[in-house]
Structures are given as C-alpha cells and as structure tokens.
Design a protein around this ligand. Sequence first.
Ligand SMILES: [Zn+2]
Length: 52
Amino acid sequence: MSKNLTYQCLNCGEKFIASILSEQEQREYREQKLPYKPVRCPKCGRSDLRQQ
Ligand SMILES: [Zn+2]
C-alpha cells in the first residue's frame, strides 16, 4: 500500500498530492533494481518540496 501525502513546492508554491512508496515497495524496488523516482512538482518539475 502506498501512502498519499500532500506536498507544497518551495519553488512555485504549487500544492499537490503524491503517493510515496511504502517500505515494502521500496524493498521490492531495491531487490528488482528498479529506478526510484523522487517526488517532483507537477507544475515546474522541481523536487524542492515541503511535506505538509
Ligand atoms: Zn513547483
């Protein structure tokens, strides 16, 4: 199960909801060597975010 968290972009101020990986999913990603994508702002693409 992934969790939905609200983020605010520190660059443009956009607020959005993104799901993050659970510990179980992170483990699966590591085991399968899948690329882990960090959360990014959907508007400007920056990853300077504050978690709400
Ligand atoms: Zn932004």
